[in-house]
Design a protein around this ligand. Structure first.
Ligand SMILES: Cc1cc2nc3c(=O)[nH]c(=O)nc-3n(C[C@H](O)[C@H](O)[C@H](O)COP(=O)(O)OP(=O)(O)OC[C@H]3O[C@@H](n4cnc5c(N)ncnc54)[C@H](O)[C@@H]3O)c2cc1C
Length: 546
């Protein structure tokens, strides 16, 4: 049996990369304190959007100081809520003229600290741009403003027999603009693809206020794939103000199965076996016992078996009932032959909705377990899921932490969630260390540091484990094409300070790194793996906000 690598104990980054001590977590750079925004800017913003839509008091700004990953906090200098595309352009131009940094924000459901702005920056909230501009059933596409809530787009398309496929579990709140910026996934992205596969065209306001059109609403792009480049850029390249997306027909036939397993390993192995069989379910989600308990104790109770070590929620869909029924029968047989204790099929749409509501509200239900929740997000090769899940269990045990797993298993996506009470002395440090080790275990298994929640602030410290100096320098160079002065969402995604150094002489640094390792030109990812497998590695601690 392949075992997950042992978890790490010691490693320190070179002195110059060490994070500065500050209340807010930053990796590899001192916290960027640009001072407060000039009050004249607030007055000018009021002139553009109206005084009601500019928030300057501490009580107002604190509402926007966190996103869905509440372990991070930053107080924005000013919060501005434009109501139209023209107001966005005017705001961005004003900020450019004053050299003020800004952070685009949708609904703030992000889980990587990406939509937070520091004291010297303006938070540009796009939720008032919430119009569905066009639903074009003939061409199966829609054009929306960025603040449209994900679920509302599918609701608007439903009368035409269409839907918008990417369905993050936060779809009742998150916005399409935020989905584009994060390249959001969701349960049904296993079959239908993530946000990047559904965006046809974008209108983007660049940091200097220029307005550019990327892609083509006809779906036949020419030249370089700039839409592909922009989707997933985490608010680093500019503000999306219009989005044209593909719509798909609502499936005519659906079967939803709930399989119950006596061990997490067996459930993980069944996931691999099902995909290896060639069947691609519309969705395949896993929840472990702790998650099941949280859901069943909540108002979202879905009838999941409490004594199961894990359940798989598998959905199959298609055009014809008969073929979907045949496929569902094959899946049931396969899951049983791979250890499922029972497989139940939802009898009607109501039961199906109940099963899905439990899954989609699982994060919320975990709020019952403790005061704080650190949500992790990684991806591993599907075949390594059982090993990595066991490794995560061992880490949780060693740190004496409560971890609940709920994730898009079919994609090899993982969300170990640590419930804790941040008021308990020393607990945050333990959560932080355990999170780092979990992430390291995923990297060591050949995975990567985010499946869908993005890097934001939270994952900055892991970037050098995955990308070499040359790759980080290339990312920075691309960012500067869109935003030469790095004023949009500064300090996110790329560990800027380190990268700036690398950008000077990347090859030399790479070679030095190789020499230190006794190998010419080796990549940090290899280094990380070597260190991980040698059990001699510790990630630098982040600093969760007090
Ligand atoms: C309960 C729960 C479940 C979740 N489930 C999933 C899931 O299944 N799949 C998944 O992928 N994610 C999931 N998420 C994470 C989150 O909902 C997604 O990342 C979502 O795409 C964020 O959208 P938002 O509108 O809240 O964006 P925000 O959190 O406001 O912002 C996220 C990022 O997008 C940028 N941004 C926002 N709007 C714009 C714009 N108009 N132009 C440029 N940049 C912009 C911000 O700067 C920031 O970097 C979940 C979150 C929660 C709380």
């Amino acid at each position: 049996m392949v075992r997950a690598p042992a978890v790490l104990t010691t490693f320190s980054f070179p002195t110059r990369y060490r994070p500065a001590r500050s209340r807010v977590y930053t990796f590899g750079m001192p916290d960027q304190n640009f001072g407060s925004v000039d009050p004249a800017v607030a007055a000018a913003l009021s002139h553009i959007v109206g005084p009601r839509h500019v928030r300057t008091t501490k009580a107002e700004r604190v509402t926007y100081s966190k996103d869905g990953l509440t372990v991070h906090q930053r107080m924005p200098g000013i919060v501005v809520l434009p109501g139209t595309r023209d107001e966005v352009i005017a705001v961005v131009r004003l900020l450019a003229a004053h050299g003020v940094s800004f952070v685009p924000r949708g609904a703030g459901t992000g889980l990587s600290g990406g939509a937070l702005a520091h004291e010297g920056a303006v938070l540009l909230v796009l939720t008032r741009l919430n119009r569905i501009l066009d639903v074009d059933p003939k061409n199966r596409r829609a054009t929306v403003e960025p603040g449209v809530v994900n679920a509302k787009l599918s609701a608007a398309a439903a009368p035409h027999g269409l839907l918008y496929a990417p369905d993050p579990s936060s779809q009742s709140a998150c916005t399409i603009g935020g989905n584009v910026a994060e390249n959001a996934g969701g349960p049904h992205c296993l079959k239908y693809g993530v946000t990047a596969n559904h965006v046809l065209a974008l209108e983007v306001v660049l940091a200097d206020g220029q307005v550019v059109q990327l892609g083509s609403s006809g779906g036949e792009p020419w030249g370089p794939d700039l839409v592909g480049l922009f989707v997933g850029s985490e608010g680093n390249f500019g503000v999306v103000t219009r989005i044209t997306v593909r719509l798909l027909p609502v499936p005519q036939a659906i079967r939803t199965l709930l399989a119950d397993f006596g061990s997490v390993r067996t459930a993980g192995e069944a996931v691999s076996a099902l995909i290896a069989s060639g069947i691609v379910p519309a969705a395949m989600e896993m929840m472990d016992q702790s998650c099941i308990g949280a859901v069943e104790d909540s108002i979202y109770a879905a009838g999941y078996p409490r004594d199961a070590a894990a359940v798989l929620l598998v959905e199959l869909d298609g055009r014809a009932d008969a073929s979907v029924a045949v496929e569902a029968a094959s899946v049931e047989t396969l899951l049983k032959s791979h250890g499922a204790r029972s497989v139940k099929t939802a009898v009607d749409a109501r039961e199906r909705e109940r099963l899905w509501l439990g899954r989609k509200k699982a994060f919320g239900a975990m709020g019952r377990l403790s005061r704080d929740l650190a949500v992790q997000d990684a991806v591993v090769p599907r075949s390594r899921l059982p090993d990595v899940l066991e490794a995560i269990g061992r880490i949780a045990q060693r740190y004496d932490l409560k971890v609940s797993n709920v994730f898009h298993a079919g994609d090899g996506n993982l969300h170990p969630n640590i419930s804790f009470d941040g008021r308990v002395d020393g607990l945050r440090a333990r959560v932080d260390a355990a999170s780092g080790e979990m992430m390291a275990a995923c990297i060591a298994a050949g995975g990567t540091i985010t499946g869908e929640h993005g890097i934001g602030l939270d994952k900055l410290r892991y970037m050098p484990l995955i990308f070499g100096p040359d790759s980080l320098a290339a990312m920075l160079a691309v960012r500067r094409v869109f935003d030469p002065l790095e004023r949009v969402n500064p300090g996110k995604v790329i560990p800027v300070h380190a990268c700036r150094e690398w950008a000077v002489a990347p090859s030399t640094r790479n070679a030095e790194r190789g020499r230190r390792n006794g190998k010419a030109g080796s990549q940090p990812q290899d280094e990380a793996r070597t260190r991980l497998e040698g059990s001699a590695f510790r990630l630098p601690a982040s600093e969760f906000t007090e």
